[in-house]
Write a protein that binds this ligand. Sequence first.
Ligand code: NG6
Ligand code: CA
Length: 504
Amino acid sequence: MIKHFIITCVLTLVSVITCFAAQKPNIVLIYADDLGYGDVSAYGSKTINTPNMDRIAKNGLRFTSAYATSATCTPSRYSLLTGEYAWRQKGTGILPGNASLIIQPGRNTLPAMLQKAGYKTAVVDKWHLGLGDKEIDWNGDIKPGPNEIGFDYSFIMAATTDRVPCVFVENHRVVGLDPKDPITVSYGKPIPGVPTGKANPELLTKQRPSHGHDMSVVNGISRIGYMKGGKSALWVDEDMADIFTGKAVKFIEGNKDQPFFLYYALHDPHVPRVPHPRFTGKSGMGLRGDSIIQADWCTGQILDTLERLKLTKNTIVILSSDNGPVLDDGYHDQAVELLGNHKPAGPLRGGKYSKFEAGTRVPFIVSWPGKIQTGVSDAMVSQIDLLASLAALTGQSLAEADAPDSLNMLPALLGESQQGREYIIEHGNGLAYRQGNWKYIEPSKGPKINKNTNTEMGNDEGPQLYDLSKDLGEKQNLATSHPDKVKELQAALEKVRQAGRSRQ
Ligand code: NG6
Ligand code: CA
């Protein structure tokens, strides 16, 4: 009896302490699309000016070794929201615009965990994790989707700006759809009677494709996939940043009196790059740079809103990107020709799609005024750790099966520790493993260069080993001279791969 009483007292005390330890700051995650390590002026670039992203860095902690899990969008977002490496699951590669939802409803995702912690949650802008569980009827209720995996509010595009359907989906419905003009989407056969960029180049009044992207034409630009109907619902690319930012701001305003989580997944600077005319010409390096300036403006609007509502001090803002940079990703937008001296990947090798550093090492800045150490951190962190870290912050426990690869890196994220992850797994076409300054890339038969995008992919038929402390640009393969190191890292990578989970 007494024993029982004591146990109850101890448990109550523990939960009181946990309760006091848990904090509920608002959390805003600004997640850009294809923004490179060198595309933010806070990261040292003199050729681009991103004053609003730099504002976050000025009030926060800028990470030099932070990683998206993968070198493309869908797998990075899958890992970010589930805390599980996408390469553990089939069907998590770049999705078509009519794919089914790849995250199981009921799963303890990042937003679902925060919902349990009492947060109102929203996703705005790029989704690209699929919708529905069978063929999607774009004219009815579209579900399951973000609202079924933890978001109270969603205002999204289904996939990417270069994929149909080119419409906004708010919660379960296409916005502005005229029922008399229903939407049909196909990723197989062309839809009879629907013009395409390939057959009707005269319709390409705004941008022409350089590779792929020659199917349905929307707003003078041909896309991937075929769509028919939905004329009144079609987006106008130039207005998208304003529309999405407006929704994000409205969500913050509507939830200012309670903890909220906003996942603002910016579509810039992904292709097609069609910023609002007020941004064109502003970067001096063409539409890719102008789209980054637009993304920076969107970021500024969010920061201004937090300030106006006096929420800055009680809000964690995280800025990052889903994968590294690319210049020609399928349209003639002069990203290559007008680049000048700008280095989208900074000192890193490769880019989007690559296992070299630029594929996944991305800008990552965290601010929480008054709470976080400001400055620069070289701790290794991965976006996959946000789930476990924010669970720790908000006092949520994770079950054994939840977020298997997500580690609590809160001390590193808050700048209390310089100690981050012991290793990072980088995922492109195959895997690479970084431990300290050693980086091992497993052998692969894939092409060395993606000819379309002119990206060095990091593929080689033999093992690659780089010492990033002396060779950040991954130029000197040391695999032959350091066979033991290769073996050690190979075995360590295999252990994580076979374990099926990283969290003990
Ligand atoms: C590729 C597209 C590319 C881009 C990418 C997804 C072609 C030839 N290329 O297949 O343009 O859309 O998929 O980018 O179609 S991501 O950032 O969403 O992963
Ligand atoms: Ca991307």
